[in-house]
Design a protein around this ligand. Sequence first.
Ligand SMILES: Nc1ncnc2c1ncn2[C@@H]1O[C@H](COP(=O)(O)OP(=O)(O)O)[C@@H](O)[C@H]1O
Ligand SMILES: [Mg+2]
Length: 302
Amino acid sequence: MARSIAICNQKGGVGKTTTAMNLAAYLAILGNRTLLIDFDPQANATSGLGVKHNPEETIYHAILGGVTPDRVVQRTHLANLDIAPASQDLAGALIELVNLPEREYFLRNFVAHVAPYYQFILIDLAPSLNLLTLNGLLAADEVIIPVQCEYYSLEGLSQLLQTMELIQTNMNHPIEIGGALLTMYDKREKLSREVAREVRRRFPTQVYDIEIPRSVSLAEAPSFQKPVVLHAPQSAGALAYEQLAKEVMNQFPDRSAPTYVPPTIPQYNDVPEIPMEFEEREINDFPKTDEEFYERYFVFYE
Ligand SMILES: Nc1ncnc2c1ncn2[C@@H]1O[C@H](COP(=O)(O)OP(=O)(O)O)[C@@H](O)[C@H]1O
Ligand SMILES: [Mg+2]
């Protein structure tokens, strides 16, 4: 079974999608069959990799529309890298899921179907803490938290680590912290150096060694619809993500990725087991903002 890794931070613009795309690309280049699941309605990873797909066959249609995984998963320009694309439809999933039993486990069902065909599955999450992100975290064995080297990042990181604890205890899901990843690091900026040092001091065992530098190549690669390895493979940003891929591959040796997986997902004759008949639930009882979600949802599980 693949190691499934969510890329999570409820803050936007911290480098989640950049990390998801480029870590996935280097894991693939280093010989791992890798699937990137775009689980953000903004679909930046899908457009950033230039994936052409049928608009009726996205991750949304896989989890709620009965479309089978073999039709949703697309190949990319890299031989070992596949993607499950997203589209704005995914925003609708948030509303539809609310009324369904087992609403937190729809992505996990999908991941269970495809896990035998990959060594790594990366899940790019949206910048929020809602039912979609919860689906992403419950479908993952591990989480990587990109942290931008700026002033408020430390608070955010402590909060996120607490959220992971709640998921471990209240939701009984043994998600491992792969680590915090320092992104947009600029060694010429004092603030950047200080934030990096402070994050490492506070969380000595939970930060990846490599710092991802601020790099124009990383920022412009998506406009060429490529991961950085196909755009500027010698740039500092590219080399950093290659290093990260090696660190990730060496983590958690007791549940390391399988050495062999079948090359393609077979075509399923059966529609995946997605429950289609549901008990009614009060839609009003569901939190509307991230803050309400955080306060009410976890209490729900106590
Ligand atoms: N290391 C980096 N150096 C320069 N620009 C970056 C870097 N990482 C991300 N960016 C840019 O910052 C913006 C936000 O990054 P993104 O990965 O989309 O964040 P998120 O997915 O967390 O919202 C994008 O325009 C991206 O190209
Ligand atoms: Mg993003």
